[in-house]
Structure formats: C-alpha cells, structure tokens
Design a protein. Sequence first.
Length: 126
Amino acid sequence: MKRWLILAAGLGLVLAIAIIAYQGFGAVAQAFAAVGFGLVAVVVLRAAELSGAGLGWWIVFPPAARCPLHACVLVRFIREAINALLPVAAAGDFAVGLADLVAHAREPAVVFVRLRGCGIDRDHEA
C-alpha cells in the first residue's frame, strides 16, 4: 500500500510541475505575488477549520472507543480532498472516512454504530 502511495504522490508532484511549466514559471510566480499573504491566511484558516472538525469527531466518540485525535483530523482532510477531487462521488468521502476511523479505532464496531446512531451519514450530514 505504501508503495502505491509514494508512486501516486510522485506522479502528482510531476504532474503539478508539468502544469506549472506549461503555464510558465514566471506567470505562476507573478500570480502568487499578486495574491500575497492572503493565500497563506486562507490556507491556514482552512486547515484550522478542518482540524476543528476532526476534533469534533473525536469528541463525539465515547472515550472507550475513541480513535486517536490525529486519525480523526486526518480523516477530515482526506474527506475534504475526496470531495474536492470527486464531487460527484456523494458517498465516497464518507466510506473512506469510515474505513479509516474503523481501522484506527480500539473498538471498530462501536465506531460504526456510533456514527450511524448519531445520524452522521451521507444522507443526514450537515
């Protein structure tokens, strides 16, 4: 699994560099300069928002069945990425998030029941 992850990350990096080269490194640098530190503020605030959402997920679980906090935060970032890349996959982010939480949980069955019992599913999620 790790080999595929490293391969996919490398391919993504090569693709990003190719797209930037196609547009022109100077043009991309000029666009970043025009935006200024506003872009950094947006990225930091969005990361804080997603981390807060992960903290909320962690709090929802009963202490006996809690996943590690970092797993809950990571799941929020993964779900956000899936929604951004595949907006038509309505339940894809939930399925991946659930699988990751169950993998990190001390009591996987409790995690699944807790998620369904709280109404936290794709049909009812706020």
